[in-house]
Design a protein around this ligand. Structure first.
Ligand SMILES: *[C@@H]1O[C@H](CO)[C@@H](O)[C@H](O)[C@H]1NC(C)=O
Length: 234
């Protein structure tokens, strides 16, 4: 009986691999503090809102739109006491190819990044962010341990990302159309955010360590997947 159950769940896992319809919803990492939508990015004030805990979130609609929110501490190997904090947000369209890979194409002018680097600057750097992403495969399956539906994305080199769990269905998202049709002057000239708006990095790093013991692995994965931002950390 147990064997039958095991085989059935294995089959369910295999069957659900790479099926675009299974992506629909809002997904978030274990802490559930990072959720796409107006709680992460305020398009009217053109401002990223710092969550209480680090994490990542993806949303997908049935008609091919995605939104992504990302909040992490980035270690600094040269100077471990000087970590950086980073928030990234973008949205756009997605496709699933015949080989099961997932492709995200952001709306170029809408993405935003906030980088806090307290050791080199007292101010955080707020810029546009535009990064196409490719995941070689994904699976959606029930995770019996968390009693929740789980999404696993595999980066371009096949390595697994930190798992995400289904938070909302239908998804929690900002409008999927272009939010900043007129280029925001603020983001364009890479406006400095005032010091009181930069991250509480000490809290971020200590919470990050508590929440996610896998971060060393997957920060590396993310960093390789988003090669475009690597220059910020070299
Ligand atoms: C956004 O990224 C795409 C793909 O890398 C690139 O072709 C495009 O020129 C970028 N747009 C802007 C405004 O940077």
């Amino acid at each position: 009986m147990i064997l039958v159950y095991f085989l059935a769940s294995l089959l369910a896992t295999i069957v659900s691999a790479g099926n675009a319809a299974d992506l629909v919803g809002t997904w978030t990492t274990k802490s559930r503090q990072v959720i796409t939508g107006p709680g992460f990015y305020d398009p009217v004030k053109d401002k990223l809102l710092e969550p209480k805990l680090p994490g990542i979130s993806f949303s997908f609609t049935a008609d091919g739109h995605f939104e992504e929110a990302f909040y992490r501490a980035i270690s600094n190997p040269q100077n471990p006491s000087c970590p950086k904090g980073i928030m990234q947000w973008q949205h756009g369209t997605y496709t699933v190819s015949g080989d099961g890979s997932l492709h995200l194409t952001p709306i170029e002018v809408d993405g935003r990044q906030l980088l806090s680097d307290p050791c080199s600057s007292s101010k955080a750097l707020y810029t546009r962010y535009n990064q196409t992403e490719k995941y070689t495969s994904f699976t959606v399956a029930v995770d019996p341990y968390y009693d929740s539906v789980r999404l696993d994305l595999h980066a371009f080199d096949g390595s697994p990302m930190i798992p995400m769990y289904l938070a909302y269905q239908p998804p929690e998202m900002l409008p999927t159309t272009t939010l900043n049709p007129v280029t925001s002057k603020k983001a364009k000239r890479q406006a400095k955010v005032e010091p009181d708006e930069s991250f509480n990095l000490r809290a971020l790093v200590s919470k990050d360590t508590l929440v996610d013991p896998n971060r060393w692995l997957w920060v590396g994965v993310i960093m390789s997947a988003m090669g475009g931002i690597a220059m910020f950390f070299s």
